[in-house]
Design a protein around this ligand. Structure first.
Ligand SMILES: Cc1cc2nc3c(=O)[nH]c(=O)nc-3n(C[C@H](O)[C@H](O)[C@H](O)COP(=O)(O)O)c2cc1C
Length: 170
């Protein structure tokens, strides 16, 4: 799939079939995530791959907008690690770039996924830390539940907005 086509046809997919996702596909998704740009190429991230059905089923009890985890075959939790930073404070932007890369790769491979926001909601950060035994210095950032799509979405509405474009001044 061409990069521009992937950007414009990606949608949040929240319904999945029961078909599992191969380890090879997961590896390719993680390679795409880790190819994201980061400040000074610091790559301050970790990825927790969640396959365990019991864990996936518990996620909606700690995150109110994550019911799709009960259908998802896998979910990937993108985490930030400020102890890996060379440029303090940029880990959030770095993790957002990795998350978007991951989402686009999911779509380009014919899978479906959705960005579920975790950071900066303290209760969600703490909830994921507890559930997945994540060390204190690592910050759960975003969850991507994924699977083979069981819903089709129309193409994205056009979000181009001239009013948000400013030339030479804000
Ligand atoms: C930072 C962020 C947090 C989000 N959190 C959630 C969430 O908790 N649950 C959910 O179902 N979707 C979540 N979304 C997905 C958005 O609802 C979705 O991207 C938006 O409605 C646009 O739809 P589209 O992705 O199909 O283009 C989140 C997206 C972003 C970027």
């Amino acid at each position: 799939m061409d990069a521009m086509q992937a950007l414009y046809s990606r949608r949040s997919i929240r319904k999945y079939t029961s078909e599992s996702i191969s380890e090879q596909a997961i590896k390719e998704l993680l390679e795409a995530a880790m190819s994201a740009p980061s400040a000074g190429n610091q790559q301050p991230w970790h990825f927790v791959v969640i396959h365990d059905r019991k864990l996936l089923d518990q996620i909606p009890s700690l995150h109110p907008h994550s019911l799709m985890c009960r259908e998802a075959q896998t979910a990937i939790l993108v985490c930030g690690d400020p102890t890996l930073e060379k440029h303090v404070g940029y880990w959030v932007q770095d993790c957002a770039a990795a998350t978007e890369n991951l989402l686009i790769a999911v779509h380009a491979k014919g899978l479906g996924g959705v960005w579920v926001g975790v950071y900066p909601r303290e209760e969600r950060v703490i909830g994921f830390r507890k559930l997945l035994h994540i060390p204190e210095h690592v910050i759960p950032f975003a969850l991507i539940p994924l699977g083979h799509p069981a819903e089709e979405k129309p193409p994205q509405p056009d979000r181009y907005n001239e009013a948000r474009i400013h030339k030479n001044s804000g």
